[in-house]
Design a protein around this ligand. Structure first.
Ligand SMILES: Cc1ncc(C[n+]2csc(CCO)c2C)c(N)n1
Length: 225
């Protein structure tokens, strides 16, 4: 019998989410970014929703940090500070002429709203579940960044988007957050670990849904059909 064990909790999470992450990697949104076929309006839709997402995601770091002992909360606050800079100075928005006013006026799309609401809900379950809900955002994009290393796009702004994820700091943040999730799993009960797994898997589904949402320009009217 194969006795090979994955004893880190994060390895279990990774294994459970891998099939979903593969679908993200090969989503038409991504393949068309690389081929240059993705309509610019679709990319602008993605950036509009993503800016809204990143603002909420940053606040979630702060809300989660407030529930953790300061030694653990400090890491989340540091990550939020770094990510906050990226949101406020995203050169890609300038390149496609997206203004803060245009982004503010666009309604949040259903999958984006559901994803953010799902992460907020974890705060009422346990701080460990809240941290686990944040992790796919980092870890999936870290794997996408590896995949994008070899990708080129004939459209300069799509190439700039690939390049924007090629930073060592980003990889380091992902490793630190994986470490925090493993520490929290070790400190918590099986019930909380189950919450962590559920939060992680749902975030992974919403990540996949985020590409589909952008690809189809999802609106609230879509829920009626
Ligand atoms: C839907 C969505 N999911 C993940 C990311 C990637 N991401 C956003 S913030 C952050 C932390 C460091 O800046 C990372 C990795 C994204 N942009 N949009």
């Amino acid at each position: 019998m194969n006795e090979a064990k994955t004893n880190k909790f994060s390895d279990q999470l990774h294994q459970a989410a891998a099939p979903l992450w593969q679908k993200s990697l090969h989503h038409p949104f991504i393949t068309e970014l690389a081929s240059g076929q993705l309509p610019l309006t679709t990319f602008r839709y993605y950036l509009t929703q993503d800016t809204k997402y990143l603002e909420a995601f940053n606040q979630l770091h702060e809300k989660t940090a407030a529930l953790l002992p300061s030694s653990q909360g400090e890491l989340l606050l540091r990550l939020a500070r770094e990510a906050g800079e990226d949101v406020q100075h995203n050169p890609i928005l300038l390149q496609v002429d997206l203004t803060a006013g245009q982004i503010r006026q666009a309604p949040i799309a259903p999958n984006n709203y559901a994803y953010i609401t799902h992460m907020e809900h974890q705060l009422s379950l346990s701080p460990a579940a809240a941290v686990a809900g944040l992790l796919p955002c980092y870890w999936l994009y870290d794997e996408l960044a590896d995949y994008w290393k070899g990708q080129t796009s004939p459209i300069p702004v799509y190439q700039a988007f690939f390049n924007s994820y090629q930073t060592a700091g980003f990889n380091n943040s992902t490793r630190l957050l994986i470490g925090l999730v493993d520490d929290l799993a070790a400190e918590n009960s099986d019930l909380v670990k189950e919450q962590m797994l559920t939060a992680f898997m749902r975030s992974s589904r919403y990540e996949l849904g985020f590409w589909q949402m952008a690809y189809t320009h999802q609106t609230w009217d879509d829920l009626e059909n």
